[in-house]
Design a protein around this ligand. Structure first.
Ligand code: PEP
Ligand code: MG
Length: 538
């Protein structure tokens, strides 16, 4: 048995075969200069392919982990659009450097400059610049770095790219043993969000390939060929951690002054519903169904959708599942859906507007949801609403589908109906909307975007992105008040719900339910248990 000591990145125990990926071979292959025009075109092609890949990774991460964690791919996109970076690559090419070498050199220059900075956040971005340069380099080589685990393993590497984490997924990665990963790097942030035990500061060895390993993420320890005693201790630790999750999940989700607050999960696939329940979610407050419609060659059929929704319903074991109807448009455009090209897509045809323009697509989804509702507690809600009339139209479609299914002799279930409050118009019309629906769900991502007139994709980078802006809070408070006036449940499913510094404010504004990424459920429940709302706010 050999023990290596490093630093904790993410607690948790892992036992299993070791997969070594050392060293990263970027830049080893020679490349000959094909002429300036040719090399520039190669670079541009590789850059475009990388941008496409980053968009896909952004969507997958958002679906599987959360919006905040997906931001890294957006950041990488911005780096690949940075004028200085592009000039540097192009200049190197004009000086006779083949495109792959030019890309790596530009990445290195930018990374070195970032490493000089005092701010640890900016210093950690050096890894991102290298990562994105490597991604373009791989495109130029016509290959992706081989990292294919044929079975779940503990990955030993110098570093891991966020993209690789997402591509391999939680099932394949038992644990991570890294050499150089900063705790604030995006890879570390993602590993934490995906709950993958991880240590850093441990240099690997190719001779470890395929041998048994073990790691204790909390103590920053890695063992090669752990002895029986170590294995038993780690298993025990893992058992205790699971027990702790179960214990925490069984504790009430109630403030110290006795207010019950439901904590639910946001999901993008039925598999996530299972994980959400394991991690203590009291229901699903937002099933983003549009993810099922992206990356496919045709829209999923009614049967396909029914099977997916039904699987999620079954996973809930009696808990409530809120299915949001398609929120396509803006940054979510499947190839098969002809959407108009717009100057400002976030202000154009998206959400319920896409459904109105494509009533058959909407009806197919509603039929599948109504059928799935026969198996459990299901609610449906509509995105991007700005008028009462839109909600009335959507409800009419539900009733028409219900009647048709009944005529066909197909079982349907009751559906609670809700509306997302994610435009200022919806918040301002809360009194009228409350008459139409059973519940509200505050989408603070879009509500912030449209209230502050600040792009949610770039606002954070540009500065000033603030879901706790007084104007946003005013709209949240107003919607909660109007909803409660008619006894409607007021939920919140935007990313703000997972910000523990905002919990007290949101509860004081009257939010009854918070829906957050699955990994954020237990910490949020613990936060709620610690709050006392009986006195005035501090
Ligand atoms: C929101 O806008 O806050 C929301 C939950 O919806 P999405 O992030 O899917 O737009
Ligand atoms: Mg939204």
């Amino acid at each position: 048995m050999e023990v290596r000591s490093g630093r904790a990145l993410q607690p948790g125990a892992a036992l299993g075969p070791v997969y070594v990926q050392l060293p990263r071979r970027t830049g080893e292959e020679p490349s000959t200069f094909q002429g300036e025009g040719e090399e520039l075109a190669r670079f541009e092609g590789a850059r475009q392919r990388t941008l496409l890949q980053l968009d896909q990774l952004y969507r997958r991460t958002r679906e599987q982990v959360g919006e905040e964690q997906a931001e890294v791919f957006h950041l990488h996109r911005l780096m690949l659009e940075d004028g200085d970076y592009l000039d540097q690559v192009r200049q190197a090419v004009r000086g006779g450097e083949p495109a792959p070498g030019a890309v790596l050199a530009a990445g290195e220059t930018f990374a070195a400059a970032l490493e000089e900075l005092a701010d640890p956040y900016l210093r950690a971005r050096a890894a991102d610049v290298r990562e994105v340069s490597r991604a373009v380099w791989e495109q130029l080589q016509g290959e992706r770095a081989p990292l294919e685990l044929d079975r779940p393993a503990i990955l030993v590497a110098d570093d891991i790219a966020p993209a690789q984490l997402i591509e391999l997924g939680r099932e394949k990665l038992l644990g991570l043993v890294l050499r150089n990963t900063a705790p604030q790097s995006h890879a570390a942030i993602l590993a934490r969000a995906m709950a993958i035990p991880a240590v850093t500061g441990v240099g690997g060895d190719p001779a470890w390939q395929g041998r048994e390993g073990a790691l204790d993420g909390a103590r920053g320890l890695f063992w090669l060929e752990p002895d029986g005693e170590t294995r038993a201790a780690l298993r025990e630790e893992e058992r205790r951690a699971r027990e702790e999750a179960t214990r925490l999940a069984a504790l009430p989700s109630r403030t110290r002054d006795g207010r019950e607050v439901a904590v639910c999960a946001n999901i993008g696939s039925p598999q996530e519903a299972e994980e959400a329940v394991r991690l203590g979610a009291q229901g699903v407050g937002l099933f983003r169904t549009e993810f099922l419609f992206l990356g496919t060659e045709h829209p999923p059929t009614e049967e396909e959708q029914y099977a997916l929704y039904r699987r999620a319903v079954d996973a809930m074991k009696g808990r409530r599942l809120v299915i949001r109807t398609l929120d396509l448009g803006a940054d979510k455009c499947p190839a098969w859906l002809p959407l108009p090209r717009e100057e400002n897509p976030a202000l154009g045809c998206r959400g319920i507007r896409v459904s109105r323009a494509n009533p058959k697509l909407f009806a197919t989804q509603l039929r599948a949801i109504l059928r799935a509702a026969a198996g459990g507690r299901v609610a449906v809600m509509f995105p991007m609403v700005t008028s009462v009339e839109e909600v009335r139209w959507a409800k009419e479609q539900i009733e028409a589908c219900r009647a048709a299914l009944r005529r066909e002799g197909t079982a349907v279930g009751p559906l609670e109906v809700g509306v997302m409050i994610e435009t200022p118009a919806a918040a301002l019309l809360a009194r009228e909307l409350a008459r139409e629906v059973d519940f509200f769900s505050l989408g603070t991502n879009d509500l912030t975007q449209y209230t502050l007139a600040m792009d949610r994709q770039t606002g954070e980078t540009a500065g000033g992105w603030d879901p706790l802006h007084p104007a946003v809070l005013e709209l949240i408070g107003r919607a909660a008040e109007e909803g409660h006036r008619l006894g409607r449940r007021v939920a919140l499913c935007g990313q703000l719900g997972a910000d523990l510094t905002a919990t007290e404010t949101l509860l004081r504004l009257g939010v009854d339910e918070l829906s957050v990424p699955p990994a954020a459920v237990l910490p949020l429940r613990e936060k709620i248990r610690g709050l006392d709302l009986s006195g005035p706010a501090e």
